[in-house]
Write a protein that binds this ligand. Structure first.
Ligand SMILES: *Cc1c(COP(=O)(O)O)cnc(C)c1O
Length: 440
């Protein structure tokens, strides 16, 4: 956001505009070649083209009005029906949203409004394992719920006994992840959901990450705990189409066990001078392109396509996990069995390792408590297992020999990790955001 940018008096040609944009992306993360381990779910150029063409075709249409665009209404209804079937929701009802965060915001708002209407709770609480995605903290912050944070167990999964103790008379919602983003482990959903049900409390499964991977992993023979509406006590579930659904960005689903529960999500207003207003979710205008692209990719891949891609992802992830565990000094965190995991070291500075790997063109996310590097595996990574593991082995060995790491983020993470209290770290992050948005 350079302060020197002004709206030019004269427009540029179509080609000039595109050429300038392509110039600007030269420093962007290199996801096409599988060198980036987060943010982009690459299922190959054919899938991307289907999504891109569907998106462009419906780019101008607006999913806000259910009456103006019957095509979008039908796409959304079919996407939701497919999701409900995948997640064993015979009576399930939901909406599409712009992503995992919006799905989670809606599930929390629904739980708050349900608790208020049905149980008279005016100061609702949200019970969250430490591994739950920050979108739940954001939801609590936006909608005025009190987060009750529960440490995870030694295996990094939600702690059932601690969760039991955290549920109280004001609890509106309990949350579990399938799987968690930081360590890729499945929370004990059946036990957590049973606890919630016993206490008459709603229970949300965050399958934002795993939603469109787990059903296919199971069909491929992977042993998984039950995580969806087949589990008694699960009352809502979120699953992102723009992750392992391979849809264009801006697509997720949130589902509830019944349409009666979903009613608490909707917003209606009949007193506006502009006429009657209804809106299913946070957004007003809803981009038709994202809805259309999600439908198109589901139809293009079909069960066969998702099974093939899931097989590729899970095989690649296993090869990577085995390769990483075999590098002297490195170990996996918890027992991740799916497509996402983190590793740490008792002898090496993993942040320095991240910096040496980055100098070789590999972009790994850094995690804290415990310090770790993180991988989210997609079909595009099948081709890089060998060079990645070779580089990782070489980089770990060079650090073990005491060779210096290039300047990178190690110092910053070391500093943030050593800050005694969270407020101080959050103050630092605010300063970072100010800087980012003022072009400094
Ligand atoms: C990605 C993710 C989210 C948030 O989804 P966004 O699409 O980034 O808003 C929530 N929960 C889990 C487990 C995730 O992986």
């Amino acid at each position: 956001m350079s302060k020197s940018a002004r709206l030019a008096s004269q427009g540029l040609s179509h080609l000039e505009v595109l050429a300038r944009m392509r110039d600007m992306r030269t420093e962007d993360a290199n996801w096409r070649e599988g060198r980036t381990w987060s943010l982009v779910y690459n299922a190959g150029e054919d899938v991307r083209r289907v999504a891109a063409e569907a998106y462009t075709e419906f780019m101008s249409e607006n999913g806000l009005s259910p009456l103006a665009f019957p095509s979008l209404r039908r796409f959304e209804a079919e996407v939701l029906a497919i999701a409900a079937e995948l997640f064993h929701g015979d009576t399930a009802a939901g909406t599409m949203t712009s992503g995992g965060t919006e799905s989670i915001l809606m599930a929390v708002k629904t739980a708050r409004d349900f608790a208020r209407a049905e149980r008279g709770i005016t100061e609702p609480e949200l019970v969250l394992p430490a591994s739950a995605h920050p979108a739940f903290q954001k939801a609590a912050h936006y909608f005025g719920l009190k987060p009750v944070n529960v440490p995870v167990a030694a295996d990094f999964r939600a702690d059932v006994a601690a969760t039991r103790a955290a549920i109280g008379p004001r609890t509106a919602l309990v949350v579990g992840s399938a799987p968690s983003y930081p360590h890729g482990v499945m929370d004990p959903i059946p036990e957590l959901a049973a606890l919630a049900q016993e206490r008459g409390v709603l229970f949300h499964v965050d399958a934002c990450l795993g939603g469109f991977l787990l059903p296919f992993a199971r069909r491929l023979g992977h042993a998984l705990v039950d995580f969806d509406f087949a589990v008694p006590g699960v009352t809502s579930l979120s699953a992102d189409l723009h992750k392992y659904g391979y849809a264009a960005k801006g697509a997720s689903v949130v589902l509830y066990r019944t349409p009666e529960l979903r009613r608490h999500q909707f917003f209606t207003y009949a007193g506006w001078s502009g006429g009657l207003y209804v809106s299913p979710s946070m957004a007003g205008t809803r981009p038709g392109g994202a809805i259309a692209a999600a439908w198109a990719v589901l139809k293009y891949l079909g069960e066969e396509g998702y099974l093939r891609l899931a097989g590729q992802v899970l095989d690649t992830a296993r090869a990577l996990r085995e390769g990483i565990a075999a590098v002297p000094g490195l170990r996996l965190i918890g027992e991740p069995g799916l497509s996402i995991f983190a590793f740490t070291s008792d002898t090496l500075d993993v942040y320095a390792l991240g910096d040496v790997m980055e100098a070789r063109g590999w972009k790994l996310d850094r995690q804290m408590s415990p310090p770790a590097l993180h991988l989210m595996v997609t079909p595009a990574h099948a081709q890089v297992v060998k060079p990645f593991l070779e580089d990782l082995g070489a980089c770990a060995a060079s650090l073990a020999r005491g060779e210096p790491a290039p300047d990178g983020s190690a110092a910053l993470y070391g500093m943030l990790g050593s800050l005694p209290d969270r407020n101080e770290a959050e103050g630092f992050l605010l300063q970072f955001m100010d800087g980012l948005y003022s072009g400094e």
